[in-house]
Design a protein around this ligand. Structure first.
Ligand code: NAP
Length: 253
């Protein structure tokens, strides 16, 4: 039956940056659908671990600084040693730096591109190799942004990195579909997390943004739970290379 194709019992999902925000919401959604979770974080993910284990699923706490790709082989090895297989990867960890384009520094460029694009690609590559070795496909879900479609203001490296995410999501789908690997992305709209703290604290910008969201509210981590479960499940087997906006209608305006 159709609802059975959404369940994820016995699956293992890696979620990067799941100690807070959207990553925590997606890890919890995947656990509720049946996944054991491998969390890759810089900071302690205690709250997430508590929420995941309360669903009856297991949580493996791995730590790494994803501004570099050097730990990726070790992380995959540890996940496989613990669970025996990996079925889903959610590339969620991401950062943003705000500075006028005219003054924007090389460091603010490189730091953001490294986490948001470079690590996302090499993490996907490493997990795709594992999927191919396992021989029964897999699901990769990248976290894009409204700035995969639009220019934004004062965030040049973020716009570049998230536009890259939408592009390489398509490329990876093109190359790995033949192995049963689906690579899709979720583009969240304006969500209430640490990432948008500065925007929400600026009365004028906050009002400007809210006035443009047809849903009339900022998004929440719960809003990405359904979409990530869909993209991680059999229900989306024929969806590939696509970026789904979860934006309360922002792009429709
Ligand atoms: P957030 O609360 O700032 O979460 C970002 C996550 O990424 C945190 O878990 C953070 O861990 C992790 N992270 C950052 N740098 C890392 C590094 N070097 N190594 C390991 N982990 C690292 O913001 P969020 O809104 O939930 O963001 C999640 C994703 O959604 C990001 O890719 C973001 O760009 C994207 N997004 C957010 C919005 C929005 O409106 N909020 C909109 C579109 C897209 P630490 O706390 O340990 O640093």
């Amino acid at each position: 039956m159709i609802l059975d194709s959404f369940e994820l019992n016995g699956k293992v999902a890696i979620v990067t940056g799941c100690n807070t925000g959207l990553g925590q919401g997606m890890a919890l959604g995947l656990a509720q659908a049946g996944c054991d979770i491998v969390g890759i974080n810089q900071s302690a993910p205690e709250e997430t671990e508590k929420k995941i284990t309360a669903t009856g699923r297991r949580f493996l706490d791995l730590r790494a600084d994803l501004s570099s790709i050097k730990d990726i082989p070790k992380l995959i090895e540890k996940a496989v040693a613990e669970f025996g297989h990996i079925d889903i990867l959610v590339n969620n960890a991401g950062i943003i730096r705000r500075e006028d384009a005219i003054e924007f520094s090389e460091k603010n460029w490189d730091d953001v591109m490294n986490v948001n694009s470079k690590t996302l690609f090499f993490m996907s590559q490493a997990v795709a190799k594992q999927f191919i070795k396992q021989g029964n496909g897999g699901k990769i879900i990248n976290i894009a942004s409204m700035l995969s479609y639009q220019g934004g203001i004062r965030v040049p490296s973020y716009t570049a990195s998230k536009s890259a995410v939408m592009g390489i999501t398509r490329l990876m789908a093109n190359e790995w579909a033949k192995h049963g690997v689906n690579v899709n992305a979720i583009a969240p709209g304006y969500m209430s997390t640490n990432n948008t703290e500065q925007l929400r604290a600026d009365g004028d910008r906050s009002k400007e943004i809210l006035d443009r969201i047809p849903a009339g509210r900022w998004g929440l981590p719960e809003d990405v739970m359904g979409p990530v479960v869909f993209l991680a499940s059999k229900a989306s087997d024929y969806v590939n290379g696509y970026t789904i906006a979860v934006d309360g209608g922002w792009l429709a305006r």
